[in-house]
Design a protein around this ligand. Structure first.
Ligand SMILES: Cc1ncc(COP(=O)(O)O)c(C=O)c1O
Length: 466
């Protein structure tokens, strides 16, 4: 091993050094970083290198920025290890896995009150992004068929959504040539709620996206009110516009802890719903779902038939090979937790979110934007009307020094003057841990408030991307 000091940014170094503690006699102590090394390493050595490098990642338990599950129990991990060789697309070879995928989709359709869960159609996906692409494509294709059948142009489709949609919707519009009609959220209207919808929709509108669990704030868009606004538009203008519910987060929360909210297939205008299993479905990353309310909601020409069991199975999806193991993990959790288990887990999570909200609301420096009463997610900004020698980016940095990852970011277009911080509460953030976070928050705000001159505007960059 050379004693030469490595550049500070070791990612730029050409070689990976192997600590002499781990290198076995005769093994190379330096491995190329950006090309395949010439020689083999022992598995132990290769393992140690990769393991050590990712140890530098943040501590998942203290990552309050992500919606994505970072913990499963040991039985789930065993099942994962038992099944991570299964390719979901090999339906003929893995018939049982295929049957379980189908079963999970029906379970979700039932959870979301589809009139006939077994008559729904849908698929598991790599996450909500793929599911949203498919939901959007079905809206576009249905609209195109309807327009062509009456000899009208299908050249200029548009999709209506709030400015606070997750980036996957902007991708959808860009990748599939659909105009994004953006309804800006504001301090008065924090979510898309159907207000003034008639000035956004027209005969080229393929649908409206209702986000049930807004990524920026954790708030639910009121699907019922959006549907009611569209009912009025249909009555007056004759436009029958469907809704896709982006339930990436909320579709796994509300059925358990807010069953009184009507947001799903009980609303006849809701054509399709997506969800991420790897968020509040509590599964490790890599799994989402799309479910259409009935066969009519997914045009035939978006289904592909694969030969299977001497017959043909219709499939829909943007990818081909995908791991089957996460689907099995989802089914495991349905069995393991049941409705009651999901309810208890999410309720405990929401209790912690509301505890944090109350504590933050008591701090004179802050004003809550959302308080965890929808998703267990809270956002807050600096109270207006006084000056500060610091901003929330500085607070994020201070908290980071204690291990907490609490992102700071500007709100979307037309509200970018407002910078918020967000905590996504997940199962791992216990009430005790949340108490420790509150103590650290007080300590760091206390430090920042003691400054007698403004901190230089260093490091002011969003710590998070939606
Ligand atoms: C509302 C919403 N839609 C879609 C997505 C994309 O989900 P995924 O990361 O599962 O692709 C997210 C991710 O946070 C989200 O919050």
């Amino acid at each position: 091993m050379s004693n030469t000091r490595r550049p500070v940014d070791s990612a730029e170094a050409d070689v990976v050094e192997v600590n002499p503690l781990f290198a076995r006699p005769g093994e190379s102590t330096e491995l190329a970083r950006f090309s395949i090394p010439d020689c083999e390493s022992l598995p132990e050595t290769a393992y140690q290198i990769v393991h050590d490098e990712v140890a530098l990642d943040g501590n998942a338990r203290l990552n309050l920025a992500t919606f994505v599950g970072t913990w499963m129990d040991s039985h789930a991990e065993k099942l994962y290890a038992d099944t991570f060789d299964k390719n979901l697309i090999d339906k003929d070879e893995y018939k049982a896995t295929d049957a379980i995928e189908e079963r999970c989709r029906i379970i979700l359709a039932d959870l979301w009150h589809a009139p006939e869960p077994r008559n729904t159609i849908g698929a598991s996906t790599i996450g909500s992004s793929e599911a949203c692409m498919l939901g959007g494509l079905a809206l576009k294709r249905r609209w195109q068929h309807a327009r062509r059948s009456v000899g009208k142009s299908s050249e200029r489709p548009n999709l209506v959504m709030s400015s606070a949609v997750q980036v996957c919707w902007k991708k959808f519009c860009s990748y599939w040539d659909v105009e994004a009609r953006i309804v800006s959220i504001s301090e008065e209207r924090k979510v898309l709620d159907g207000h003034d919808l008639r000035s956004y929709v027209d005969e080229n509108t393929i649908g409206v996206v209702a986000v049930f669990g807004v990524t920026y704030t954790g708030m639910y868009e009121p699907v019922e009110r959006i549907a009611a606004a569209l009912d009025e538009i249909q009555a007056s203008k004759g436009l029958d516009i469907p809704i896709h519910v982006d339930g990436a987060t909320g579709a796994f929360v509300a059925p358990f802890i807010q069953p009184h909210i009507t947001w799903d297939f009980r609303i006849s205008r809701v054509a399709s719903i997506n969800v991420s299993s790897h968020k509040y479905g509590l599964v490790y990353p890599g799994l989402g779902w799309i479910v259409w309310r009935d066969q009519a909601a997914l045009p035939e020409d978006l289904r592909f038939r694969v030969a299977y069991l001497g017959g043909e199975t219709p499939t829909v999806g943007l990818s081909f090979t995908r791991p089957g193991a996460q689907v099995l993990l989802q089914y495991y959790l349905f069995l393991r937790l049941g409705r009651d288990g999901y309810q208890r887990v999410h309720q405990a999570t929401q209790d912690v979110a509301q505890y944090l909200s109350r504590e933050i609301a008591k701090m004179p420096q802050f004003e809550l934007w959302s308080d965890g009463s929808d998703l267990p997610v809270l956002t807050w900004h600096l109270r207006k009307g006084r000056s500060y020698n610091w901003n929330q980016y500085h607070l994020s940095d201070r908290l980071r020094m204690k291990g907490w990852q609490v992102p700071t970011y500007p709100m979307p277009d037309d509200l970018t003057h407002l910078t918020v911080q967000r905590i996504v509460v997940r199962g791992g953030l216990s009430r005790d841990l949340a108490g420790a976070l509150v103590a650290d928050l007080h300590a760091e705000v206390g430090f920042l408030e003691s400054l007698t001159a403004p901190i230089e505007a260093l490091g002011e960059r969003p710590g998070f991307h939606h």
